[in-house]
Design a protein around this ligand. Structure first.
Ligand SMILES: NC(=O)c1ccc[n+]([C@@H]2O[C@H](COP(=O)([O-])OP(=O)(O)OC[C@H]3O[C@@H](n4cnc5c(N)ncnc54)[C@H](O)[C@@H]3O)[C@@H](O)[C@H]2O)c1
Length: 308
């Protein structure tokens, strides 16, 4: 039996990863400060600790300084828009946290580190599938902090910590926070549609994204354990490929049994026009292949949401 530390374990992605690790018979120690996560999200069986990843005092006191087979650092403020509210906090919560966790890995002899990075590190890109070799020019404080974290991972490679940074594209699915209307494109539009019968899209319907279902994201995280060749790499994790925002909204509206109105107006700070992933590195290093189509994923998520 292996032991893993999962940060962000009360959030959407962290809880799903922890659940899969437990289901595979492992021990999971979890850390979360419950800023956007919820205690009830933490899967039963996790040795849960409430605290800030960016608080040095947490390590070795709150979180046991024992051997971990890997650290999954998934906690973070996960909205580009929100990062403009308080850039200093964003730096602490998203970047200082990574540094503390890498130091903790070093101290406890943990040799494997898996990080939830983001497509937001890329910034403005041409209208083509983006490989990991593309330039990085983040347009938000969030993207800057995540990119800095990736570089911290790279520096700690020299101390024998093998890291993989998964650049997640737009993740969606059951378990997503449906009350936070500033985080997660699919969850925001679905919640508006369901609650008000009206979807307000801040930005053009011609923008495009790459939507990836939560189960596929979990598969990618766990593949990092069985595929050590993924160490030392940043890897895109996409799903749907190039998908226009207007087509996403249409697909969502088709799920509702009631009429839905849609308004496209305004914009979001730090938003980019379009991005989608080349996932050949994920296929090569993780044998990753998305298994859930956007239509199927939206249906599953809507069923889950309506049953809440
Ligand atoms: N959801 C996406 O589409 C997406 C895309 C790219 C990257 N990511 C990254 O994946 C990670 C998880 O995102 P999510 O969608 O599950 O968001 P989430 O808000 O549901 O989960 C984040 C969790 O981290 C916790 N947290 C935040 N700051 C913390 C801190 N300093 N110390 C301890 N806990 C802290 C929150 O309470 C929450 O439970 C984030 O790092 C995010 O940047 C998400």
């Amino acid at each position: 039996m292996a032991r893993y530390l999962v940060t962000g374990v009360a959030g959407f992605i962290g809880a799903a990863v922890a659940k899969a690790l437990l289901a595979a018979g492992n021990d999971v120690v979890g850390l979360d400060n419950l800023t956007t996560g919820f205690r009830e999200n933490v899967p039963a069986g996790v040795d849960f600790h409430e605290g800030h990843c960016h608080d040095a005092a947490v390590y070795g006191t709150l979180i046991p300084a024992v051997h971990y087979d890997a650290i999954f650092h998934i906690a973070g403020q996960s909205s580009g828009e929100i990062s403009f509210d308080d850039p200093t906090y964003d730096l602490r919560t998203n970047t200082e946290s990574t540094l503390h966790l890498l130091q903790f890995a070093l101290k406890t002899g943990c040799k494997r580190f898996v990080y939830a990075s983001t497509m937001s590190v890329y910034g403005v890109q041409p209208n083509e599938a983006i490989t990991e070799e593309a330039s990085t020019f983040p347009m938000s404080f969030y993207g800057v902090g995540k990119l800095a974290s990736e570089h911290y991972l790279r520096l700690y490679e020299q101390y024998g910590i093998s890291s993989t940074a998964l650049r997640l594209f737009n993740v969606y699915g059951p378990g997503q926070n449906m009350t936070n209307l500033r985080q997660g494109m699919v969850s925001i539009f679905m919640a508006m549609m369901h609650n008000d019968g009206h979807v307000h899209v801040k930005g053009s319907p011609n923008r495009y994204r790459d939507f990836v279902y939560i189960d596929d994201v979990v598969t990618a995280f766990l593949a990092c354990l069985t595929r050590p060749q993924s160490g030392g790499h940043v890897i895109n994790v996409g799903g749907s490929g190039r998908m226009q925002v207007g087509d996403l909204v249409d697909a969502l509206c088709s799920l509702s049994s009631k009429p839905v109105t849609v308004e496209y107006s305004g914009c979001t700070a730090g938003d980019i026009h379009g991005i989608f992933a080349d996932i050949s590195a994920a296929a090569k290093y993780l044998a990753y292949e998305p298994s859930v189509t956007l239509r199927e994923g939206l249906q599953r998520m809507y069923q889950w949401y309506c049953a809440q």
